[in-house]
Design a protein around this ligand. Sequence first.
Ligand code: ADP
Ligand code: MG
Length: 291
Amino acid sequence: ATPTSIMVGTGRAAEMGVLFRKGDALQMLQDTRVIALDKTGTLTKGSPELTDFLVAEGFDAAEVLRLVAAVEAKSEHPIALAICRAAAERSLGGAEVDGFTSITGYGVSAQVEGRSVLIGADRLMTREGVDLGDLKGQGQALGRKGRTPLYAAIDGRLAAVIAVADPVKPTSAAAIKALQGLGLKVAMITGDNQGTADAIAQELGIDIVVAEVLPDGKVAALEDLRSHGTLAFVGDGINDAPALASADVGIAIGTGTDVAIESADVVLMSGDLTAVVNAFDISALTMRNIR
Ligand code: ADP
Ligand code: MG
């Protein structure tokens, strides 16, 4: 490719909201066979809302929510914000918390008013030896609806299943269809549970689902996808930075975190995935002019 045509291509891209930080990304996109997208904040809005709160027998819903929200007030995870908002709306708050611990990819725990409180994915409960009992089936049913089920345990006993829902961005489905129209395989990578991931993937027409990926497992997940050919990855979060750096083309959402943007080859100026399609279109036009 001539330097002039690359310059024209990157200029045209910038007008369409796509910043190429490296000129060779424009050429690399033409060879791309598989595109992997982070779920939370990339395909979805990234700001979940609490949708369901079911307590086990012998527990009071308001009391469980008060204790859970006290722990989540120490966490910055979007799930924590959803739970804290729900508690604030019901004027539940003000409990004292000791020994807060965040277990990345699993959940959180702390002591609240002398009781031990644990909140997170089913794998957190398994790890801590808490039996999900009757609420396991309820949680799985919520997952099949595309909601994320979380479990809360108090003093080692399962107290509630809580679901949050993170709506998909209105343009995600059309963008995926357009990418598939260009001959790409579309994959989704998420730390969320398999059931929830499958439901969202089906809603969006995603080809390959990689779920229950721990934050430091994203790079290894991408390695597996490389068997399909040259790979692009789209992400927004701090924990996406290593994956953005390791993909053949790393595409960051400009509304995401600075660390993600710095690790990427391409930056989208908006959160709208239509810009990813624009990047491929411009790449095709530029390379056609050259070849
Ligand atoms: P993702 O970015 O895909 O949501 P994470 O690794 O951040 O992936 O989280 C994976 C899972 O860990 C979440 O779906 C949730 O089940 C659990 N989790 C993480 N942080 C919290 C938290 N503060 N409260 C409850 N659950 C959490
Ligand atoms: Mg994300």
